[in-house]
Structures are given as structure tokens and as C-alpha cells.
Design a protein around this ligand. Structure first.
Ligand code: SF4
Length: 199
């Protein structure tokens, strides 16, 4: 059986899309590989590319803070990954072909980690996992069943997707106000589903 470490080894030398050419590190994911709660962001930024770990810059500090304040846990209790594992140059948006090329890695992570709740951070992760073209402002505010696992093993009503704003959007909005309130409310929603779906 393929384990997560084998998938990470495969990703570490991946050249499936053009983002391979500009990366320092493949940023596969970090945290508890049997976590009930998983976060999926967009793609690595400069700090993440240099360190090889997702959400280590200002966005990561914000995520750590609200995770602690709303759920009372640290990042070691969750698993954090991204839609694309290599940094888009200049922090541009990943192209659809790059998201599609990287998607099997994310789906295998979800299949092997078997989270109960997946919090998608921002448009890219949310659209990918909900198979939607709608924006995060329309999609957040509720939870959705996760329907798209590779084998179907982890799909179904017991795995919920909770979309929320990307922490970098919250920071761009001043780190307060509606965006911050939305992020907090969505984490409370995730917590509720974790409670409902506790192992
Ligand atoms: S972004 Fe994903 S598909 Fe593209 S090279 Fe990196 S690991 Fe491979």
C-alpha cells in the first residue's frame, strides 16, 4: 500500500508542470498525518518555498493564532497543505493547468490522511475541492460533503469541506473586520463538524 511518505517522495522530484522550474523546495504539507482537521491553501509563497513548509509567513502566523483562539489547538494537531506544491513565480495565481497537474497529490493526501473536516482557504482550494467556479464569498458560510476522493474511500457525508477566506486576504483586509469575523466563524463551523464527526 502507498503511504504518505511515498507520495511526498514522488512529489519531491515532480516535474509535471512548469512550476517545477522556479521552485527552491516542493512544499508538500506539514502536521499530523492522521489529523481529523486538514487545511488546504493556494500555493507556497516566498517564505514557504525557501523553508519547504506551508504557511510559515504572516499568513501562517495568522492561521496559527485563530486556530489557537477558536479551536484551542496548535498546528501540530492539524495537517496543512496547498493546492499546488511549488511556488508560482512572483506569487501569481496558479494556472488551471498547474492546479490540474498537482491535483492528484492533494487527493492522495486526503485519501491517506482521512480527515473528517477539510477547511479550504481561499478560491483555489475551494473551487477545486467543491468542483465549482463560484467565488469564496458565495461559497463560504456553510459546509459541503466532500465528494471527490481518488478511490471514493473518504468521500461522503462524513467528510465535510468548510470553505473560508485565505489568511492573506484577511491580512490584506486589515486583519480585522468582516474578513476576520468570517474566518473565525468558519473555524467555529469546522469545530462543530469535528465534534459531530468525532472518531
Ligand atoms: S506544482 Fe505540483 S504538479 Fe507542478 S511540479 Fe510542483 S508538485 Fe509537480
Amino acid at each position: 500500500m502507498v503511504d504518505l511518505a511515498a507520495v511526498e517522495r514522488e512529489a519531491s522530484v515532480c516535474t509535471r508542470c512548469p512550476l517545477a522550474a522556479g521552485r527552491t523546495n516542493v512544499v508538500f504539507g506539514v502536521g499530523d498525518t492522521s489529523a481529523d482537521l486538514m487545511f488546504v491553501g493556494e500555493g507556497p509563497g516566498r517564505d514557504e518555498d525557501l523553508e519547504g513548509e506551508p504557511f510559515v509567513g504572516r499568513s501562517g502566523h495568522l492561521l496559527d493564532r485563530v486556530l489557537q483562539e477558536e479551536l484551542g489547538i496548535g498546528r501540530d494537531r492539524v495537517y496543512i497543505s496547498n493546492t499546488v506544491k511549488c511556488r508560482p513565480p512572483g506569487n501569481r495565481d496558479p494556472h488551471p493547468s498547474e492546479v490540474a497537474a498537482c491535483r492528484p497529490y492533494l487527493e492522495r493526501q486526503i485519501e491517506l490522511i482521512e480527515p473528517r473536516v477539510i477547511v479550504t482557504l481561499g478560491n483555489f482550494a475551494t473551487r477545486l475541492l467543491l468542483d465549482s467556479t463560484r467565488g469564496i464569498k458565495q461559497l463560504r458560510g456553510r459546509a459541503y460533503p466532500y465528494e471527490r476522493a481518488v478511490s471514493g474511500k473518504v468521500s461522503g457525508p462524513n467528510v465535510m469541506v468548510v470553505p473560508t477566506f485565505h489568511p492573506s486576504f484577511v491580512l490584506r483586509s486589515g486583519g480585522a473586520g468582516e474578513a476576520m469575523a468570517g474566518l473565525r466563524a468558519d473555524l467555529v463551523r469546522a469545530k462543530r463538524y469535528l465534534g459531530v464527526a468525532a472518531r
